[in-house]
Design a protein around this ligand. Structure first.
Ligand code: SAM
Length: 215
């Protein structure tokens, strides 16, 4: 998701109380930030935050962190937070390539990836958030019983992701090529902004759940 650059958005984010700066040495200290020991779930590439804010409303005993690369996009989520403050969410503006600098070993209980950018050129494959290079990063921060949940409407990206789960040595717990017709996997589903848009257009939504290799 790219929005027109909003002048001053970087500065607005730097001063926002819901935003943690990439430069802060927060790794291993998220429970102090939230002031409790509740589990931490993250969404990488959260866009304007519809999905993660809905989850935070539903689950006050889980802490959520939304990660987004672009200030202009993140700013939209922060504006929603001003209208409806949720104490169990924080945001980071960063490229997820650096995620291991923000979270300690096993600090994250759950990772959500929704409608991640497809990076269709082969030479950009390692930038896809479901590449084995990213699964290696997730392995460094995810708790041993944690999972990665990924939704998309992009067939090529989904096929690639299934392969990469295997390549990374992760376990494929479940998958569907038509989430909205799959009663089991649809249970408790929270729609993302892109999911709403693409399912209205008639696109099937794919989903996979993967867990860490057993030691
Ligand atoms: N997850 C939202 C949804 O499902 O409605 C937004 C999907 S949008 C297609 C993908 C988002 O991921 C964009 O806002 C983009 O800026 C962000 N993104 C892509 N690569 C990223 C990265 N490496 N680190 C952080 N955010 C990233």
């Amino acid at each position: 998701m790219r929005l027109r650059n909003i002048p001053g958005s970087r500065e607005a984010i730097a001063q926002n109380r819901w935003c943690i700066q990439e430069t802060e040495h927060i790794k291993g200290q998220w429970h102090t930030i939230f002031g409790n020991q509740n589990p931490i779930h993250i969404e990488i590439g959260m866009g304007k935050g519809k999905f993660i804010m809905a989850l935070a409303r539903q689950n006050p005993h889980i802490n959520y962190i939304g990660i987004e690369k672009y200030s202009s996009v993140l700013l939209r989520a922060l504006q929603k937070m001003d209208a409806e403050p949720l104490e169990n969410i924080r945001f980071i503006r960063m490229d997820a390539e650096n995620i291991c600098e923000m979270f300690d070993h096993e600090e994250v209980a759950q990772i959500y990836l929704n409608f991640s950018d497809p990076w269709p050129k082969d030479r950009h494959a390692k930038r896809r958030l479901t590449s084995h290079q990213f699964f290696e990063r997730y392995q460094q921060i995810l708790a041993s019983n944690g999972t990665v949940e990924f939704k998309t409407d992009n067939t090529a990206l989904f096929d690639f992701s299934l392969e990469e789960v295997k390549e990374a040595g992760w376990k494929l717990d479940a998958f569907t090529r038509n989430l909205h017709q799959d009663n089991t996997m649809m249970e408790g589903n929270v729609m993302t902004e892109y999911e709403e848009r693409f399912s209205k257009m008639g696109n099937p939504i794919y989903k996979l759940i993967a867990s860490l290799p057993q030691k």
